[in-house]
Write a protein that binds this ligand. Sequence first.
Ligand SMILES: Cc1ncc(COP(=O)(O)O)c(C=O)c1O
Length: 378
Amino acid sequence: MARLSIRTADLHASPVREMLSVSQRPGMISFAGGLPSPDSFAGLELPPPPGELLQYGPTEGEPELRAKIAEQLAGLGIDSAPDRVLILSGSQQGIDLVGKLVVDAGSGVAVESPAYLAALQVFRFFGARFEILDRANPGAGWAQAAPALAYVTPTFQNPTGGCWSADERRALAQACDAHDVILFEDDPYRDLVYEPCERRPVCAQVKTASWVYQGSFSKTVAPGLRLGFLTASEDIFPLLVRLKQAADLHTNRLSQWMVLQYLNDPDRDARMARIAALYRGKRDVFAQALERHLGGLATWSTPPGGLFFWVTLNGAVSPEALLKRALERGVLFTPGSHFLAQGGACQALRLNFSLAAPEAAERGLAILGELLREEAGG
Ligand SMILES: Cc1ncc(COP(=O)(O)O)c(C=O)c1O
């Protein structure tokens, strides 16, 4: 038996990544991942990139791209500058770097529960001890024992689609300041907005605490490019750069160039508006089909943004048992228990509405409704 690090005892496969391979079987209807609609990739045709990008580049990222992102961060009220923007190989990398920087075995990490499962997976791998963050009362108990880190996705959270109010955002910023907790705000969904909502970053409201704010181009441009970015308070930014040096030297320069073309495109705002309209339409069609097929069997609220419905089953049906039967009928979803920080049972399903075509969504939800009615009938 190979002698591996103690950490690998907590190395588990991501259930969503595993389901991705199942979802690619012909005819499968998948509500399981967080995949953008291929329709949103339209209009990304680009000229060939300059050849010099085939050379090694700077760890921090391409200067022009960093400057462009810093400009946008300034627009959000975040205290950043081009030399405090780090281009990431997907924002998932930011989670890994922050985990390495902050989390030791037994470190307290405050998270919402449910929360993004691939973040829980990373923090768990580094030995995090999770505490549940109540967004209505963040910082409760921190006077006695404050966590090292608070990880949140306040805008269109994965998996619930929820969006924090202005008061909740202010209260978290104040709690992090008061107890010197590092705030890590993950914001990949902010541009997928379908209703007017409070979206002011919490990091824009922090005064003294250390913080990291990150975003992604996966949901607005294309996830295959693996392009994200972070900015952080001055004390920790250089450390994150050193960790990235050790992780992958730098992010793919061709992807950086492609995203820069997108950011400089005069049609960019119109393109983003088209994508939001596409997803708003898909969300509404999905909500109607949910009502038709799961009405009376489950409860949910329509998300004001993002890519997911969080659907809680009535009664005692187990989402895991439902998934087994759904798979036999060619339908995939993610059981809610995967998103719980402290484990345990969960009566909810996370359903992605961006990928499936309307007819497939209708068919998939009809199958889930049938299975649930069979369960209810005995
Ligand atoms: C909350 C959250 N953070 C981070 C990521 C990672 O995104 P990417 O690495 O594609 O930028 C995702 C992906 O779905 C996510 O939902």
